[in-house]
Design a protein around this ligand. Structure first.
Ligand code: URP
Ligand code: ZN
Ligand code: ZN
Ligand code: ZN
Length: 485
């Protein structure tokens, strides 16, 4: 078996920065130190050697709003690698009434083409005995310990509070972690109908139909329900101060809650929806919508202070033609935007490049924090002996202007078109295999493997211990009065 050594770089992890070479053998890191030798040498002079990015929120070839998202596991993971992301976590979605394993079968089939490693979250799209029963096997046998609930998309993916409570309770029992898309779907449906009736049919009405309050309300609700059952909670795509405030407050109260802002919400604002070009605005329709600068500042502050934990993309790419299904009715514009190839360069440019984030904080929010939350650390998210050699060698001086013409994604535009970024991959390695070499793609279709994740992560164990200690118990009394009849 040949060895590869990454030489002369600066290793940057979530907690340390130091100069060292990294030796790789058989897909894993076998030595870190000075003066290492290998059969193949990759020169990292002037570069940072960091854990490859993990994007815990993608929708590849997802059936949604009458169509399928256009990036599949092949183009999606190719885009991921091009941008320094070496693992994605996609959502397996059961149809109404369908068992969890039937959905997983479909996702297994789609993911055989992945270029980098991947895992799945299971979505809970309906509730019943079969879901309750399947959950245990999904957790214990399939290595899936995260379950997503949509509080939005009424009449489609949305679950109600009784279902949410039942599902969260079951997950607490199994040592798994619930996730939520937190927007109040009932209110969104009411606002959407009103806007349409008043003649607001364009993409800008999408933003008006999902104000920050619907997100704040649903985030608070999910946090309280998770707390009642003793489950931790992961809130996807936190886009505004209202939901960030709920997450922040919960964390200050000792609740085990994590918030995930997206690179899109951090760097693009609501003015995109006021663009005179219908296509421009519709291409940026996603849920929650882009917000104003006050909300953006709140998200950056959260990353800096630690109240928000992970930057993701929610990559769910639709072509312009697909977006046009919603001409004349904004509720029919497929919701979703891309970002897999751009997350790392955009966050480095706007985070580290501005001094908002340190390089170590950057590694934490793009890789290490989520590896710990998902319970796959330090196999993923680490530069440590024994870890998978999923590595990003980032050249802080390399620059480009983002353009759809040169992207890996299958769609015909890019929501970051024209943005200048500084800080790009020199090399990207997926389990030791070089997938990106100085801008040239060397990915291998089908190389990606499923990453199984055990339940009962340290946080789940601690929370269940605490809940057990503080659970209601009858008081043993000495003097019980006779019943007063
Ligand atoms: O608009 C979005 N976010 N589309 C993808 C599905 C979801 O809500 O995460
Ligand atoms: Zn969502
Ligand atoms: Zn999503
Ligand atoms: Zn391979």
């Amino acid at each position: 078996m040949s060895t590869t050594v990454i030489k002369n770089g600066t290793v940057v992890t979530a907690d340390l920065t130091y100069e060292a070479d990294v030796l790789i053998e058989n897909g894993t890191i076998t030595e870190i130190g000075k003066g290492l030798k290998g059969d193949k040498e990759l020169d990292a002079t002037g570069c940072y050697v960091m854990p490859g990015g993990i994007d815990p929120h993608t929708h590849l070839e997802m059936p949604f709003m009458g169509t399928y998202s256009s990036d599949d596991f092949e183009s999606g993971t190719r885009a991921a690698l091009a941008g320094g992301t070496t693992m994605v976590v996609d959502f397996a979605l059961p149809n109404p009434g369908e068992g969890l394993f039937d959905a997983l079968k479909r996702w297994d089939n789609k993911s055989t083409r992945a270029n980098c490693d991947y895992s799945f979250h299971m979505a809970v799209t309906w509730w019943g005995e079969q879901v309750f029963n399947d959950m245990e096997k999904v957790v214990r046998e399939r290595g899936i310990n995260t379950f997503k609930h949509f509080l939005a998309y009424k009449g489609a993916l949305m679950v109600n509070d009784d279902e949410l409570y039942a599902s969260f309770s079951r997950l607490a029992e199994l040592g798994a972690t619930p996730m939520v898309h937190a927007e109040n779907g009932d209110v969104v449906a009411e606002l959407s109908a009103k806007l349409l009736a008043e003649g607001n049919t364009g993409p800008e009405a999408h933003a008006y139909s999902r104000p920050p309050q619907v997100e704040g309300e649903a985030t608070n609700r999910a946090i309280m329900i998770a707390d009642m059952v003793g489950a931790p909670l992961y809130v996807v795509h936190v886009s505004c101060e209202e939901s960030h405030e709920a997450v922040r407050r919960a964390r200050m109260q000792g609740k085990r809650v994590w918030g995930e802002p997206l690179i899109q919400h951090l760097t693009l604002d609501e003015s995109e929806y006021f663009n005179k070009d219908w296509d421009h605005a519709a291409r940026r329709v996603m849920s929650p919508p882009f917000r104003n600068k006050m909300h953006q500042d709140s998200l950056w502050n959260g990353l800096q202070s630690g109240s928000l934990s992970v930057v993701a993309t929610d990559h769910c790419a639709f072509t312009t033609e697909q977006k046009r299904y919603g001409v004349g009715d904004f509720t029919k514009i497929p919701n979703g935007t891309g970002g897999l190839e751009d997350r790392i360069p955009m966050l480095w440019t706007h985070g580290v490049g501005t001094g908002r984030l340190t390089p170590n904080e950057f590694v934490a929010v793009t890789s290490t924090n989520i590896a710990k939350i998902l319970n796959c650390y330090p196999k993923k998210g680490a530069i440590l002996v024994g870890a998978d050699a999923d590595i990003l060698v980032l050249d802080p001086e390399k620059e480009k202007t983002i353009t759809a013409a040169s992207q890996q994604s299958a769609i015909d535009y890019n929501v970051f078109e024209g943005q200048h970024v500084k800080g790009l991959p020199r090399y990207v390695l997926t389990r030791g295999q070089v997938a990106v070499m100085d801008g040239e793609m060397r990915n291998e279709e089908g190389h990606g493997k499923f990453v199984a994740r055990e339940p009962n992560a340290p946080v789940n164990r601690a929370l269940s211990q605490w809940k057990d200690l503080t659970a209601p118990r009858p008081i043993e009394r000495t003097g019980i009065p006779a019943s007063g009849v």
